[in-house]
Design a protein around this ligand. Structure first.
Ligand code: ADP
Length: 580
C-alpha cells in the first residue's frame, strides 16, 4: 500500500483521481486486521488527514450501525456549516439545492445497497445560508460485512471536494462563447440583443432586460424583456413596454443609473425596502412584482459612449449574484456593446458608400450632358456646316474632340461603377459568338495599339464557341483590359485569346509590359486604386477600370483574375459561364 503524500493531492483542479485513491487506501486500511495494522492505521490516518486537509478536500465517515456521522472541519467549511455544529444527514440534504437533492439521496441509497459496488460519485449544487451557490463533488465507498442475507454496510467513508471554481469557469466560458456566437450571427441589433439575452437566460439569469439610449440622448427605450421560463408572461409584457426613466430625471432606475454613470449597479434583496424603494418608481415596483431579488445592471459602453444597459435578474429561489457574477455580467455587456458598435459602424459605412455612389451617379449624369453638346458642336464645326474652316482650326477641333471623348469615357466608367455599386446595373443576355466578341474589342483598341508601336495578336481556339451573355459588357471588359495592357507596355505584344474550358469560356489578355508587384496585385481591383508609378501619373485613368470589369464579370456569373511578374508582363483572365 502506498501512503498518499500531500503532493499527490495538492492541486485542487486535479484532485479528483487523488480523491478516489484516498478512498481506496482508506478502505483497504479499514479492512486490514491485526495489531500492526491498527497501529499503522493511527499513523497513516493522521498523515492522510493532513494530506487531505491541505488538498482542501473534506472527509466524512458514517457508521450505519450506530448512525454516527462525522464530518471533517474542511467538510463543514465546504458545506457552509459552522465548525461547532453537528451536521445530521437530514440537514446535509437540506443544504442541497432542490433540483439536485433527490438525486444525491438516491446515490447514497445506491452506495449503501448490500448488492451494489458501494461506490458514490455525485456532483451537486448546495445553497449556502447567504444564498450563494457552491458546486461539490462527493465520492465515497461503503464497506460491507457478512455474506448472503446478512451482508450489510458497516462503514461509509468518502470525500467532498469544492468544485465551484472549475464549475464557474466552465459555465462562464460556455456562456461567453454562446453569447459571442449569438452576437456575431447578425448585423441587426434586434437579433443580436435577443441572441445575447437568450444565452444569458439559459445559463446566468432568470430574466434579462435590455435598454438602449434613444437618438435624442436622454430617452431610454426598452428593446428586450425576456425570461428563462415563461412563468410571468403578463408581467414580462408589461416590462417590455416600461422603459426606464430618462437620464435627465432624478436618481433613476438601475438601468438609467448604469447608463448615466457608466457604472455597473448591483442590488440584492430588492423586496426589502432599500434606499431606492423610498422613492417609488414603476420600474422598481415591476421588478419586485416579478419576484426579482437580485439584480445587475451593466452599462453597454463602446468607445466611451454609453449605448444602453443590460439588466440581469434572478428571481426568488435562485442564488443572488456574487462578485464573480458581476465580472461575468460586465464581460457580457462589453461584448454586446462592441458588437452593437461594430454593427452601427458597418451600417454607417454602407450608408456613406451609398451616398457616394448616389453622388457619383448624379454628378456624372450632370457632366455628361454638356460634354455631349461640346462633342456635337465640334462635329458641326468640323463638318463645315456653319462655314468653311482652316487647316489649323481643323487640327484644334480634332484635339477638342479627342479630349472630350476621353473625358466622356471616364465619366461613363464612373457612371457604370455607381450603377454596379448601387445594384442598378442590368444585363441583357443574348447569344454571342466568341470570335465576334474578340474582333469587336480588337477593332476598338487597334488604333491605340498601333500608335504605341505594339503588335496585337488575336486568336480563338475554336471558331464555333457561342455563349449566352451580355455582349456589351464583354466588350467593355475586354476593351478595358486591352487599353490597360497597351497603357502599361512599352514594347512587345498584346495578345487576346479565348478558349472553352468545360462549362466556361476563358478570355485571356496578356502583355509584355511593366507587370504588377505582388504587394499591389491584391489592390488593383479596389476602386480608385492605382499603383503609384510614373506610368500612371503620365497616363490618365480613374483607377476604376478593373473594379468595374471585375464587378461586371461577377454580374455575368464569372470572375476576373490576374497573374503578373514585374518586368515580364501580366495575364488577365476573364472566365464566364457558357450560359449567364
Ligand atoms: P486605371 O487604369 O484607370 O488606373 P484600373 O483599375 O484599370 O485603373 O487599373 C488599376 C491599376 O492597376 C493601374 O493604375 C495600374 O497601376 C495597374 N494595372 C492595370 N493593368 C495593368 C497592366 N496590364 N500592367 C501593369 N499594371 C496594370
Amino acid at each position: 500500500m502506498r501512503i498518499l503524500g500531500p503532493h499527490d493531492v495538492l492541486a485542487d483542479a486535479d484532485a479528483q483521481p487523488a480523491q478516489s485513491e484516498f478512498i481506496d487506501e482508506f478502505a483497504d486500511l479499514l479492512e486490514a486486521t491485526g495489531r500492526d495494522a491498527l497501529l499503522a492505521r493511527r499513523e497513516v490516518d493522521e498523515r492522510l488527514r493532513l494530506a487531505v486537509e491541505s488538498a482542501r478536500i473534506g472527509t466524512f465517515d458514517f457508521d450505519p450501525r450506530s448512525g454516527r456521522l462525522e464530518w471533517s472541519d474542511r467538510c463543514k467549511e465546504i458545506l457552509g456549516f459552522p465548525f461547532d455544529e453537528e451536521i445530521s444527514y437530514a440537514s446535509f440534504l437540506e443544504g442541497i439545492c432542490s433540483e439536485d437533492r433527490e438525486r444525491v439521496g438516491q446515490a447514497v441509497v445506491t452506495a449503501l445497497d448490500p448488492y451494489g459496488d458501494g461506490a458514490l460519485d455525485v456532483e451537486y449544487r448546495i445553497v449556502l445560508r447567504d444564498g450563494a451557490s457552491r458546486w461539490v463533488i462527493a465520492k465515497g465507498r461503503a464497506i460491507f460485512a457478512g455474506a448472503g442475507p446478512d451482508r450489510a454496510p458497516v462503514r461509509f467513508i468518502g470525500t467532498i471536494l469544492d468544485n465551484t471554481e472549475r464549475h464557474r469557469h466552465e459555465e462562464r466560458a460556455t456562456l461567453l462563447a454562446d453569447a459571442a456566437a449569438a452576437l456575431g450571427a447578425s448585423l441587426d441589433d434586434e437579433v443580436m440583443l435577443l441572441g445575447m439575452a437568450r444565452s444569458a437566460c439559459r445559463r446566468f439569469a432568470s430574466a434579462v432586460l435590455v435598454d438602449v439610449v434613444a437618438d435624442d440622448g436622454g430617452r431610454i427605450e426598452r428593446r428586450i424583456a425576456l425570461e428563462r421560463a415563461p412563468q410571468r408572461s403578463m408581467l414580462m409584457s408589461l416590462a417590455r413596454n416600461l422603459a426606464p426613466e430618462p437620464i435627465r430625471r432624478g436618481a433613476g432606475d438601475p438601468a438609467t443609473a448604469a447608463i448615466r454613470d457608466q457604472r455597473t449597479v448591483r442590488l440584492d434583496r430588492l423586496a426589502d425596502a432599500g434606499p431606492e424603494a423610498a422613492r417609488p418608481s414603476p420600474q422598481y415596483e415591476l421588478l419586485r412584482e416579478l419576484g426579482a431579488h437580485s439584480l445587475i445592471a451593466a452599462p453597454l459602453v463602446a468607445r466611451g459612449r454609453a449605448l444602453g444597459a443590460v439588466t440581469f435578474l434572478r428571481y426568488e429561489g435562485s442564488a443572488t449574484f456574487d462578485d464573480a457574477d458581476l465580472i461575468t455580467a460586465e464581460e457580457l455587456a462589453d461584448r454586446t456593446a462592441t458588437a452593437i458598435d461594430n454593427a452601427q459602424l458597418y451600417h454607417a459605412a454602407v450608408a456613406a458608400n451609398e451616398a457616394k455612389s448616389h453622388f457619383l451617379a448624379s454628378m456624372s449624369h450632370e457632366l455628361r450632358t454638356p460634354l455631349t453638346a461640346i462633342i456635337g458642336y465640334e462635329e458641326l464645326l468640323a463638318d463645315g456646316i456653319t462655314g468653311p474652316i482652316t487647316e489649323p482650326q481643323r487640327q484644334q477641333l480634332g484635339r477638342i474632340k479627342a479630349s472630350a471623348s476621353h473625358l466622356l469615357s471616364l465619366i461613363d466608367e464612373i457612371l457604370t461603377f455607381a450603377r454596379v455599386e448601387s445594384g442598378s446595373e442590368w444585363t441583357q443576355i443574348e447569344p454571342v459568338w466568341v470570335t465576334d466578341a474578340l474582333e469587336e474589342a480588337a477593332a476598338l483598341v487597334a488604333p491605340l495599339v498601333g500608335d504605341r508601336g505594339l503588335t496585337l495578336v488575336v486568336k480563338a481556339s475554336d471558331d464555333g464557341i457561342a455563349v449566352r451573355t451580355d455582349r456589351q459588357k464583354i466588350r467593355q471588359i475586354l476593351v478595358n483590359l486591352l487599353s490597360n495592357a497597351t497603357k502599361f507596355t512599352e514594347e512587345g505584344t498584346i495578345s487576346l485569346e479565348a478558349c472553352r474550358d468545360g462549362r466556361e469560356v476563358c478570355f485571356r489578355v496578356s502583355d509584355t509590359g511593366i507587370g504588377i508587384a505582388p504587394e499591389h496585385v491584391a489592390h488593383i481591383f479596389e476602386p480608385f486604386w492605382q499603383v503609384e508609378q510614373r506610368a500612371t501619373r503620365r497616363i490618365a485613368g480613374t483607377g476604376l477600370g478593373l473594379t468595374v470589369s471585375r464587378r461586371l464579370a461577377q454580374l455575368l456569373g464569372g470572375d476576373l483574375t490576374v497573374v503578373s511578374r514585374v518586368g515580364a508582363g501580366s495575364i488577365f483572365s476573364l472566365r464566364l459561364p457558357l450560359d449567364a
